[in-house]
Design a protein around this ligand. Structure first.
Ligand code: ZN
Length: 272
């Protein structure tokens, strides 16, 4: 919800177009009903994406893009940048002493020369070096992918493309020039810029990372990928404009909640 406010508001303020991409690279967690719910909620709010490709049935769906990912992988392999990794997440945790959150892969299999076969993960060699970018809200950022994530997992041991790889290939392939997303993904950006460059992209997208809303318990209130709160508010009789105003005020974009139409979202950002 908050992500939708930022995405449509900023895109409209800049005269951009919001593209729809169904990020169902994780086949175990993707559900067609989630997708229908999100699209129905957005439509109710008056937030319509322009579907990539122009026709109404053609949206970019990661599960349809197997050949695009395979081709991107082949390009990296031809440059000798990919190797097979047999480590499980648990083993990496034991090696690094970390049990939760982000694990920095220590490069265990980098020089083992394992065959790229079923049951092995595939990793990208991430050499040392800084990545600098200007975040649209947070300002200048410096990240060092090699010490944050280590060699990046491209495809896991089950054969699924990872989030980091799939979105970077998509952003490059679809020539996305503005990415608006929650601050929880800020740490991913340096490695995505690095990967995009290795895929041949000369100019990375502009990134805007917005604050997320947390309840007092520290639980994230608004996930960018699924938000059932809209349904509850709608059932309580709130109009789309009421809900947009409520979300904008929770996001700190309005002093107190008052109704705002989807067409007026740009006004929340125009003065910034
Ligand atoms: Zn390994």
């Amino acid at each position: 919800m908050v992500n939708a406010i930022y995405t449509w508001g900023i895109a409209r303020a800049l005269g951009g177009t919001v593209l729809l991409r169904i990020e169902d690279h994780d086949r175990e967690r993707s559900r067609p009903e989630y997708e229908r719910e999100i699209l129905a909620d957005l439509a109710w709010l008056g937030l319509q994406p322009r579907e990539h490709g122009g026709t109404s049935s053609a949206c970019a769906r990661q599960s349809d893009r197997e050949s695009v990912y395979a081709e991107a992988l082949a390009r990296l392999q031809r440059r000798g940048l990919v190797y097979a990794c047999a480590c499980s997440r648990k083993e990496i945790g034991q090696l690094t002493g970390e049990t939760a959150g982000e694990l920095c892969y220590p490069g265990t299999c980098r020089d083992r020369g394992l065959p790229c076969e079923a049951g092995s993960g595939l990793r990208l060699r991430v050499d040392a070096g800084l990545e600098r970018f200007d975040d649209g809200l947070l300002g200048a950022q410096v990240q060092e992918p090699a010490s944050q994530s280590g060699d990046l997992l491209i495809r896991d041991r089950v054969g699924q493309w990872t989030y980091q790889f799939a979105v970077t290939v998509d952003d490059t392939d679809q020539q996305i020039d503005l990415v608006i997303r929650g601050e929880d993904l800020l740490a991913s950006t340096g490695r995505q810029i690095r990967l995009a460059r290795l895929l041949g992209r000369t100019r990375p997208p502009v990134y805007v990372h917005h604050p997320l809303l947390y309840a007092s318990t520290g639980v994230k209130l608004s996930k960018s990928n699924r938000d059932t709160g809209i349904r509850e508010l709608r059932a309580r009789g709130l109009s789309p404009n009421d809900v947009l105003g409520l979300a904008a005020s929770r996001a700190g974009l309005m002093e107190r909640p008052c109704p705002v139409s989807s067409e007026k979202l740009a006004g929340l950002f125009a003065a910034r």
